[in-house]
Design a protein around this ligand. Structure first.
Ligand code: ADP
Ligand code: MG
Length: 675
């Protein structure tokens, strides 16, 4: 610890185990809970299950051997007798608790075998009229070998040593109804006896609100600073020319929705700027993001730049490739396909076309950003299902151009607070309506016991010229086991449906085979497609109107929503059957209820956030970075809004305050945002 507080090396290493490296870290090491040694409760008034401090004389003390060795004492005050029981004890404790001693004991009262008791209470000798503590005693998160007393000692010294003056002006704090920073931390480490303890524990007390607000403000500031920095870099200005795009617009069998036009305007305007676009395009499954991205690509191409269009899986990337081929080749633009599964020769041929600028658009998987691929003049990167990619992968692709624009797409709808909190460094466009003519998907929850009925439904649908998916379950996150189930399921279903053509697609399939199966399903040569969750993202076969998800109770909400989005893409009424196995865990029951009751992805994501917290919802971007320690973006949504507004204001009008606040909160923090 680089500080004037002297800490012996052994303690230092324990502190760093707790993530405490600086004095300021100690200041922010806030108590988990408190013990109340500010008052004495009469034995008679003890409430089982509640913690209290009692004072009295030891009238009995013995070591019992049954059921196991323990020290049992009786403490008496003028209202009654309390048993104190210790399972592990030292001779010194035994001495301390000798008959006739006056003791203060703090612990949880409970109904014991002999009567009211405390097990392992915290005891000390009390001479008559020993003064009571004036403040609640904090209990800190700690680690083995580091006592509360030691931790507390260093925290108290840190509170003395660290400069705690406010980063925010007092009139601002008054408007925000927030207390001063130093008062807040001091209060949390040493709350006065008469404080509302429940508010401390719930973190609703103003002192807690101040800490949470500061943290949120620091987060917002740092993200906005990164956002600004990016705007200082130079990107190619891609002006709106409409040479190809008006031709495509005319050729499309549908017209764009109002929402598609709106987001497209936002994107096209971004591309005309001389700083790189970093825009997240959100839209529920089936909302039509691909065509929007295609128009963005055309704007780059019209200006003589290349486009990289990347998707997380081969199936999805190939589907995009085929779509782009269909849309763009009539315009004389030929996309190039590049994926890991290509033969070496094909790969180097594709790479050559890209490097020599002979193709304007390359479509593929992460193979696009391998070192061997060089773009001639990359102007725009489109990343589909961006949450499936890690930050590193996106960075690698950015390195392929001087400073390309980036369009990221996601069908995992992000609740507003989450977007504000974790994507504050991006601009966000939202497609908030589906193309017309879709019939809503019906969802049915069916117990596995009624599997036979589901078979009949599948048969009936397929015999009426519809197509169906049968999605196999996740098994302990193991790909091998999932594969095995898929093979078995396919075998079973082939036997059950001799009159249907049953296909199988899974992650381990050769890519050419995968492509063949998907193509056969698209043309209707396969009626029933047995699939693992590889079809989760993006797959678009409008004639498929029935989906059965086997063991739906094992899947997460986002996944269920994505899977369900594979049907309901055509005009026929679609049905999604969630087959589940009993008994259901509470979490699984909650998930199935949510997916059954909701079709709107944003609503589902919002409820998912409530169910699981933000960490899991975000995936790769968050890997290993706990960005918020104190604030909770669901509970503290209002504070977050305020922090966000203030962050923008400060950066505009009082950058020195912003700077000071960032320095206090972000010193030593890993730079998680350089993407
Ligand atoms: P997602 O947003 O899930 O990626 P897609 O881009 O795959 O959705 O679009 C889903 C389907 O809707 C595709 O078949 C696409 O061609 C079609 N589509 C897109 N926009 C429209 C529109 N405005 N009207 C009708 N169909 C559309
Ligand atoms: Mg898509």
């Amino acid at each position: 610890m680089s500080s004037p507080i002297r800490v012996p090396p052994a303690t230092q290493s324990k502190l760093s185990k707790l993530g405490l490296h600086t004095e300021f870290d100690l200041v922010l090491h806030l108590p988990l809970r408190y013990e109340d040694e500010t008052k004495i409760t009469r034995v008679d008034d003890l409430v089982p299950g509640e913690s209290a401090q009692v004072e009295g004389e030891i009238i009995h003390s013995e070591v019992a051997y049954r059921p196991r060795r323990s020290l049992i004492c009786q403490l008496q005050d003028d209202s009654g007798i309390l048993f104190l029981r210790f399972l592990n004890f030292y001779p010194s404790q035994q001495k301390q608790l000798a008959i006739g001693k006056r003791i203060r004991a703090l612990g949880d009262a409970r109904e014991g075998y002999f009567g009211l008791e405390m097990v392992h209470p915290k005891c000390h000798v009390a001479v008559e009229n020993t003064p009571l503590k004036q403040a609640l005693t904090p209990v800190y998160p700690t680690t083995a070998g580091l006592s509360q007393a030691t931790l507390r000692k260093y925290i108290l010294s840190a509170l003395q040593a660290v400069e705690l003056s406010d980063t925010l002006p007092s009139d601002l704090l008054k408007t925000l109804l927030l207390p001063a920073f130093d008062d807040s931390v001091k209060l949390l480490h040493n709350p006065p006896a008469q404080i509302d303890e429940a508010a401390l524990i719930d973190r609703a007390h103003p002192a807690w609100r101040r800490i949470k607000f500061d943290e949120l403000l620091a987060q917002q500031l740092s993200m906005r600073v990164h956002y600004q920095k990016r705007r200082d870099r130079n990107a190619p200005q891609l002006s709106i020319r409409n040479t190809y795009s008006s031709a495509l617009l005319k050729a499309l069998p549908f017209s764009l929705t109002r929402a598609q036009i709106k987001v497209l305007e936002e994107i096209c305007l971004d591309l005309t700027q001389n700083h790189p676009m970093q825009r997240l395009l959100q839209g529920d499954v089936g909302s039509g993001k691909t065509i929007v991205a295609t128009f963005a690509a055309l704007q780059a191409i019209e200006n003589g730049y290349q486009v990289a269009f990347m998707a997380p899986t081969e199936i999805l990337a190939e589907q995009h490739y085929l779509k782009l081929l269909e849309w763009l080749s009539p315009l004389g633009i030929t996309p190039v396909w590049l994926s890991g599964s290509l033969k070496k020769k094909e790969k180097s041929a594709a790479a050559k076309l890209i490097a020599h600028g002979e193709t304007q658009i390359a479509v593929g998987t992460h193979a696009l950003f391998q070192a061997s691929v060089e773009f001639n003049n990359l102007g725009l990167i489109i990343v589909d299902e961006q949450h499936k990619f890690g930050v590193q992968q996106r960075l690698a692709l950015r390195g392929k151009g001087k400073e390309p624009h980036q369009l990221m797409m996601s069908a995992t709808p992000i609740p507003r607070t989450l977007a504000m909190s974790y994507y504050a460094d991006l601009d966000v466009s939202v497609i908030d309506e589906l193309p017309p003519g879709r019939t809503p998907i019906r969802t049915k929850l069916i117990s596995d016991k009624r599997r036979e009925e589901v078979f009949e439904r599948v048969r009936a649908a397929c015999l009426q010229n519809q197509q169906a998916y049968w999605v196999c379950p996740l098994i302990d996150e193991s790909e091998a086991l999932q594969l095995q189930t898929a093979l078995e399921t396919c075998e079973t279903l082939t036997k059950i449906f001799p009159e249907l053509s049953v296909g199988l697609v899974h992650g381990r399939l050769e890519n050419s085979e995968k492509a063949r199966v998907m193509a056969a399903f698209k043309t209707g040569d396969i009626h029933l497609l047995v699939a693992t969750t590889v079809i989760e993202v993006g797959v678009d076969v409008p004639n498929a109107s029935l989906m059965v998800i086997d063991h739906a109770e094992r899947m997460g909400l986002a996944q269920l929503h994505q899977l369900r989005g594979r049907v309901g893409r055509g005009a026929a009424e679609s049905l999604c059957v969630l087959l589940f196995q009993q008994p259901l865990s509470e979490l699984a029951r909650a998930r199935l209820k949510i997916i059954f009751e909701n079709t709107d992805g944003f609503e589902i994501a919002q409820q998912d956030l409530r169910l699981r917290g933000p960490g899991e919802l975000l995936g790769a971007r968050q890997s290993g970075v706990a960005m918020l320690r104190f604030a909770d973006i669901t509970e503290d949504a209002i504070l977050l809004e305020t922090a966000r507004t203030l962050a923008d204001e400060l950066l505009r009008e009082a950058p020195e305050i912003a700077q000071a606040h960032l320095e206090r909160w972000m010193a030593n923090k890993p730079d998680f945002l350089h993407a």
